[in-house]
Design a protein around this ligand. Sequence first.
Ligand code: PLP
Length: 430
Amino acid sequence: MRITKNRASNIWYPFTQMKTAPEPLRIKSGKGAVLETEDGKKILDCISSWWVTIHGHGNARISEAIYKQALQLEHVIFPGCIHDPAEKLANKLVEILPDSLCKVFFVDNGATAVEVALKQAFQYWQNVGKGHRKRFLCFENSYHGDTLGAMSLGSRSIFNKPFESLLFDATFAPFPATFIDDPHVDKKERDSLNFIEKELSKPDHSYAGILVEPLVQGAGGMKMCRPQFLKELQKLAHAYDALLIYDEVMTGFGRTGEWFACKGSGTCPDIICLSKGLTGGFLPLAVTVSNQKIYDSFYSDDPSKLLFHSHSYTANPLGCIAACESIAMLEEKEEFRGLQEKMEQQVKRFKATPKVQDLRVCGTILAMDIKTKAPGYFSKIGPRLRALLLEQGLLTRPIGNVVYFMPPYCVADEQLELMFTGLENALEHL
Ligand SMILES: *Cc1c(COP(=O)(O)O)cnc(C)c1O
């Protein structure tokens, strides 16, 4: 047995093959879009630290709000107690979400927000006496988190292969991923919708709901769909009485150029999952927000109809106050709108680059595929590109041969310029 005990190796990293992983960067501090390593190197955070940091690192207003709240009340059991931060946050979320989304359930992270949505949808049908509605429809290439339920509805791959026999069965529809000047987008959307309608139109179908990452599939490679696809999807969900569930864990809070992808696409789900940008990237907090219809099905004198779910840190006041402050800042400036325009400008400079294809922008996210004979998550291009960009002080995390940029909204024009000249340089050396 090999026992390694030292400063660096008592940690088991997520999504990391410890044997072959490069040395982690030792980060000491962060300010705005810039991280600083222990040895004084400055690195631009081009991916908002895995898509969570929206106002930048070390934000003073959020930090102070957390500090003040911690001195007053750091935490309290939530069933049976209420506190201002939770109440304030729930009211604010209901105000900024589409009108019908009105019941806020607190959890800790994106995966559990999805778990709660699935449990709500599943139990909803039992509560209304249609317990045969047990199945979920989701999308190829999707990602919803790493707990078992969320994994069950994520596309099957090497990431969940060891757990395959633990996962429940679901139906995977094709996702009509598109890009700038895509000649086949109409057909892809039709094929997907036809597939879904065929499933839902089976007599007395067994679908409880449809789960989708609206507008952008994140971990699946920043694959983007058009808003009109979501409009058609919503029509099908309504026509065949299946619940529509939006996983906006990544797309929420301005990422797609609007406050939420549902608003940007003019659609509205029955249940929405939010996390990542919720606290501005400061603390782990998530919510599952549902409409009155779902809530009412649980509202009963019958204890068996209550929602059986909770976590120790449910509605943690520090997380709630961070979220309130982050949302207040977002409301003041809506910086994501300006960033969207800049991203649309930047993408043009890669149009004539022979090494890339499928250029795409959605709000503050710019992505492209690097041409290769062997695409996919384990493409060697990913680590190579990451290293070439890091040499230039740029922190990225390509998904196989897909490279994307989604910086904090506070990113300065000069920093954007550094990012994209850095990418041009890296592409030359590939
Ligand atoms: C990141 C992500 C999740 C999982 O969130 P965690 O907080 O990492 O559990 C779920 N869905 C989407 C779309 C995500 O991007």
